[in-house]
Ligand binder design. Sequence first.
Ligand SMILES: [Zn+2]
Ligand SMILES: [Zn+2]
Length: 338
Amino acid sequence: MKQVVLEHPGRLAVSDGPPPSPPGPGEALVRVRRIGVCGTDFHAFKGDQPFFSYPRILGHELGVELVESPPNAAGLKAGDRCALEPYMECGQCVACRRGRTNCCAKLEVLGVHVDGGMREIIKVPVRKLHRSESLSFDQLALVETLSIGAHAVGRAGLEPGETVLVVGTGPIGLAVIQSAQPLGVRLLATDVNEARLEFCRRQMGVEHTFATDASAEEALREATRGEMPTVVFEATGNPSSMERSFGFVASGGKLVLVGLCQSKIAFSDPEFHRREMTLLSSRNALAADFKRVLSAVEAGTLDTRPWVTHRASLADLAAALPSWIDPRTGVLKAMVEV
Ligand SMILES: [Zn+2]
Ligand SMILES: [Zn+2]
């Protein structure tokens, strides 16, 4: 069974791995057909992903085909095409008991904490498979990224007519935008990269964008008649951008930190209190987010066509992945075909 192993930072190697053992009750063997590659994989490759151990098989954005499973309650059978929810929760901790499996205290994410999908066959729990009869494997592999956006939007509890700002228009920011769009909100987006903003306007239909430069607050005040957005999604994970985003929020508004960083961030408490702001984080996604995104893509209300910009085969991945790290290659989503 062909697999790609990240042996240590900077070294991906194709090798022959042992086939997984037959699936037990509640398990399924699936053939991996598509693997989306994202920032998490790039950080693991570069060696700056904290708490990451090597060797590791990456791959957590998966479009799969079921090969074998004992009869199961979901009725999944050989040949079914599915998106895979890669978050393995313990089911016991306080978060899990309250349905918050996305932030399980002992969470193991496939391709991050345990070996993932950069291989031909993988054994997974049946309950983590989300079947679709109509989506392509590319679309199925995009469901994870899109669900992270859907989860963040769900956290914010958007109301129609609100003005919403997305800070950072990389994959996570775009996923937020696509989940927020059908909710009848007014969307604004900002980024330091003008090419990304143009993509936002042209491909994602966001009318109002502005550069995250020295006059960003002023541009925002102008665009909102001085009121500022009632919800701001921060999707850069850049500490100074996260700190600055506190100043983008309207009185009574919310800030949702979707991007994460590895340091402390600081904010002015008087400003925070004066506006009685709500601060939220958003991590991963829930099964319900996967289901919602899958239905929206099936219905065509969530357009995946702009997403895939680069491709490689599993065999070519070791050569291709380092080139995708360079932002000048214009990668939005690179897709590996297995
Ligand atoms: Zn990812
Ligand atoms: Zn748990």
